[in-house]
Design a protein around this ligand. Structure first.
Ligand code: ATP
Ligand code: MG
Length: 265
């Protein structure tokens, strides 16, 4: 990883979620969510599949509108389209969301070109800097289909960096990666925050990631916040649902899928 400091803007924003409720076609997906993310911290949101993590993150990014309640970035309402002009936020999507018909270079250059953030030479400097930080210089001419899962994740992060975000959101940055690549991505997230003091929200199943880098964390279950606190609070949690989520015991004599079958009888 490059040692140089990325010149992200000094202004960074906290995020306040107030009594957020979201339903799709009358079916509640998020219920009464209130959370506080401080400026410059790494906040990790964990929870089982389908618990509402991605939907919550999309509310912060202004990609979903609350059914009730609100999300504030600093003092700005995340659902207001003007907020995206006042706050540079970047969302690293769960599946990367790279454009398959474009090279890695063009994927990264797209945003600065569309927003005319400089001459082509300046944009090139930004793109190459981001690729260098993520050790991707050799992938510059490749297409997404030619990349491994870990490289795609890194390209997605590099693309976020090119926008010089003041708020950086990651959706499952380490899913589908081997343990070493997961550790690498975790280190990248922590280093970027360290170098730039960018407020960072990470949605993840990855306990190792959360325990290594979270300043604060929360667990969401069935669309409700089950607990918030610091890593130590979760490591010592006496809540059986949290303990079982963080340290599931594989019991071949009494497997979970059999319990599920019994529940439905
Ligand atoms: N646009 C939508 N319309 C209807 N239902 C949706 C929509 N988006 C998400 N949901 C539902 O909301 C619930 C939460 O989905 P979400 O994607 O937030 O889960 P998640 O916690 O991110 O899961 P995973 O860990 O598998 O990514 C799911 O039941 C999902 O089917
Ligand atoms: Mg998700």
């Amino acid at each position: 990883m490059a040692e140089s400091v990325i010149p992200f803007p000094s202004k960074t924003f906290g995020v306040t979620i107030e009594k957020l409720n979201k339903s799709f076609d009358g079916v509640p997906v998020l219920t009464d969510i209130s959370l506080q993310v401080k400026p410059g911290e790494i906040f990790v949101l964990m929870g089982p599949s389908g618990s509402g993590k991605s939907v919550l993150l999309k509310h912060v990014a202004g990609l979903e509108q609350p059914t009730s309640g609100r999300v504030l970035i600093g003092d700005f309402d995340a659902s207001d389209p003007l907020t995206r002009r006042r706050v540079r936020l970047a969302l690293v999507f769960q599946a990367g969301a790279l454009f398959n018909s474009m090279t890695v270079y063009d994927n990264l250059a797209l945003y600065p070109r569309e927003h005319r953030l400089g001459t082509e030479a300046q944009i090139r400097g930004r793109v190459m800097h981001a690729l260098q930080i993520l050790s991707l210089e050799n992938a510059v001419k490749q297409f997404p289909a030619e990349l491994s899962g870990g490289m795609k994740k890194r390209v997605a992060i590099a693309r976020a960096l090119v926008t010089e975000p003041q708020l950086l959101l990651y959706d499952e940055p380490t899913s589908e990666l081997d343990p070493v690549m997961s550790a690498t991505i975790t280190e990248i997230i922590a280093t970027l925050r360290e170098q730039t003091a960018v407020t960072t929200i990470v949605v993840s199943h990855d306990r190792e990631l959360a325990f290594a880098i979270a300043d604060h964390m929360a667990i969401i279950m069935d669309g409700r916040i089950r607990a918030t606190g610091q890593v130590a609070d979760f490591k010592n949690s006496t809540d059986p649902a949290i303990a079982n989520f963080l340290n599931p015991v594989i019991d071949l004599k009494n497997p979970r899928f059999k319990q599920l079958e019994n529940d439905h009888e």
